[in-house]
Design a protein around this ligand. Structure first.
Ligand code: ADP
Length: 622
């Protein structure tokens, strides 16, 4: 089939527009879904992180609340007041150190120590450690000043001696209204990092200046949320709060702010695709003056939203594919139905055309048939007429032959007639003389002569009779014999000699009357030919060649010129004088032979004429 290449069948670009619009709509929808999924995920992440943040704040508050009353409780101990009044000797110092050490161990604090009114540490739980606080001046710490003001001092700082971060609670040791010194409890905050490091979020705690002093992410410790102003930096440095920490700002860029918090990027700007942002949420811890923050990575949310979008896209694609397949099937079913309908219509049309053509052709054939039948009838009539004409001709030819032979017949009949007359005359005379015996002999002669005449008559009667033309098995020698008898008078007149060498067993399939006529005709011609010749001889030979019996009739006459060999069989060809020949003998003989399934030809011969007669051999009876 040749593909339809007509311009109308080529898809028009405008036909794609609805599909493109649908595709664009699907893309927008998917984008919307991705956004919605992301925001929803962020919302849920924020909720989770908020809960975790609350828990973390509660944990921190609990941690601080646990140690907050401890200095106040210690300050009520009279041993501390007494010691501040009169430190005493070495033993009382050791005893106090031991006491503080015991309290520190039991309360699980980092350090517990006593400061005099000048800020000098006079007893400490770590008196026995490598770098004890005893003898060190911490008067620069704000918690000391708060305590000396009569308030609970609280402070977060990096220990100058231990270099460890700690939260300090300080309480005044009073005697009456007089403040003699301060008792200080330092607690460790690293536990608040360790336990929460595996929560999946980053927790960090900043001081009022924005310095991160607690973070579950070690790299973020002692960094700042915002760049610090120089005077703030100077103040912090002067307070020695974080010793010599660089306090560099954290690389944190706010990307977006939502109701749940800010979406921030951590670290330097990265090439596309950017690492997923963090959700930053904060809580204030009023009592400690801290800001507690939680940073939640939105990577999982982003991945989930992308997964959901991809799933939706895949579902859409599968649905679209299904719909497309359905449409395609529907279209191909419609096309198939249309094709079937068209094929049916075409078949019907072809059928009708065929029927009309067959009807036409049948009519034509009927006409032709009728014409042919008429022609056949005509032909049959013509054949019948021809056959009748032929019969008439054969009969005429026979009569012509008889005419030709009439002189000889006359002679043949006149002779016995004259003899009969003589015998009768003699008989009458002999009867008068009563010579009865001789009369009887004469009558006998007369009888013999009439018998001979009757015989001649019957031969000619036989020759002249008409025939049905039926073929039978014939002994060739017998037919030649009877023909010879017919021709005998003619042969006698020309003083010719006939030698027939025909084997008795030869049987031919022929009609006896017709075959006899052919041979009589050939012998008649031969007689005429030898009449004037020096040698007057006719020879007949016959032989079987396969299923054919061949007979040759030769004479010693003048022969046939080679130029005449082809024309002598044509009707009315004759070289004889008018009255002697009609020129029909050979023509009729040839036709008769052909009809009997044989052939008659004139063969070239060195002397005289030679005719060859070929006939089908008759099957010999079993
Ligand atoms: P017709 O004998 O009446 O002429 P035929 O058809 O029998 O007609 O013979 C045609 C011619 O063939 C003769 O005129 C003669 O010239 C030639 N012909 C036939 N038989 C012989 C023969 N035996 N010898 C010589 N010529 C012959």
């Amino acid at each position: 089939m040749i593909a339809d290449q007509t311009p109308s069948s080529r898809p028009h670009p405008a036909r794609h527009l609805p599909w493109l619009a649908l595709l664009a709509l699907v893309c927008v929808g998917l984008w919307g879904l991705a956004r919605w999924a992301y925001h929803d995920g962020v919302e849920r992440l924020a909720e989770q992180a908020r809960t975790d943040l609350d828990l973390y704040v509660v944990h921190l508050q609990g941690l601080l609340a646990k140690y907050e009353p401890l200095p106040e409780l210690l300050a009520t101990n009279p041993r501390l007041t007494e010691f501040l009044r009169a430190p005493g000797g070495r033993e009382s110092i050791v005893a106090l150190n031991r006491y503080l050490e015991t309290v520190n161990r039991i309360s699980d604090a980092t350090d517990t120590y006593l400061m005099d009114a000048e800020g000098l540490t006079i007893a400490a739980s770590n008196w026995n450690a490598e770098r004890p606080f005893v003898g060190r001046d911490f008067s620069f710490r704000p918690y000391f000043h708060d305590a000396m003001e009569g308030e609970l001092g609280r402070y977060f700082a990096l220990g100058t001696t231990s270099k460890r971060r700690g939260y300090y609670f300080a309480y005044p040791v009073r005697e009456g209204r007089e403040i003699l010194g301060a008792v200080v409890v330092k607690i460790d905050v690293t536990e608040a990092e360790r336990r929460w490091a595996k929560s999946g979020h980053i927790f960090l705690v900043t001081d009022p200046d924005g310095v991160i002093f607690i973070s579950t992410e070690p790299a973020q410790r002692f960094r700042t949320l915002h760049p610090l102003a120089p005077e703030v930096r100077r103040r912090i440095r002067a307070s020695n709060r974080y010793l010599d920490a660089a306090l560099e700002p954290l690389e944190l860029t706010v990307r977006d702010t939502t109701a749940d918090g800010a979406l921030v990027r951590l670290g330097p700007p990265a090439p596309w695709p950017e690492p997923s942002p963090y959700l930053l949420q904060s809580r204030a811890m009023q009592s400690a003056g801290w800001q507690v923050h939680v940073l939640s990575n939105t990577g999982a949310v982003m991945r989930d939203s992308l997964k959901l979008t991809a799933l939706a896209a895949a579902l859409l694609a599968v649905t679209a594919l299904g719909v497309a397949l359905l449409l395609q099937r529907q279209r191909s079913r419609r096309a198939h139905a249309a094709l079937t309908e068209r094929a049916r219509a075409t078949l019907e049309r072809i059928n009708l055309e065929l029927e009309a053509r067959v009807a036409n052709r049948t009519e034509e054939l009927t006409r032709t048939n009728r014409r042919l039948r008429a022609e056949i009838d005509e032909r049959l009539r013509a054949e019948q007429a021809l056959r009748e004409t032929q019969q008439a001709l054969i009969q005429s030819a026979k009569l012509a032959t008889l005419g030709q032979m009439s002189a000889s017949i006359n002679h043949e009949l006149n002779q016995p007639l004259a003899a009969i007359r003589t015998y009768a005359d003699n008989g009458r005379l002999l009867l008068a003389k009563e010579r009865h015996q001789e009369v009887a002999a004469n009558l006998g002669q007369i009888l013999a002569l009439t018998e001979r005449m009757a015989k001649i008559g019957s031969q000619f009667k036989l020759f002249a009779r008409k025939t049905s033309g039926e073929l039978t098995r014939l002994p060739l020698a017998a037919v030649i014999e009877s023909a010879t008898r017919i021709i005998a008078p003619m042969l006698a007149r020309c003083h010719g000699e006939l030698i027939a060498r025909v084997p008795d067993h030869l049987q031919v399939r022929a009609n006896d009357v017709l075959l006899q006529q052919v041979i009589v005709n050939l012998l008649g011609n031969a007689c005429q030919a030898i009449a004037e010749a020096e040698q007057r001889r006719i020879e007949i030979d016959a032989r079987q060649e396969g299923d054919t019996v061949v007979t040759w009739v030769r004479d010693t006459g003048p022969g046939i010129p080679e130029s005449d060999l082809a024309v002598i069989f044509e009707p009315f060809f004759t070289t004889k004088a008018a009255g002697d020949g009609l020129g029909l003998g050979l023509a009729i003989s040839s036709r008769i032979t052909t009809e009997m399934g044989g052939a008659l030809v004139a063969k070239p011969a060195r002397a005289g004429a030679c005719f060859e007669l070929r006939l089908s051999a008759a099957e010999t009876p079993e």
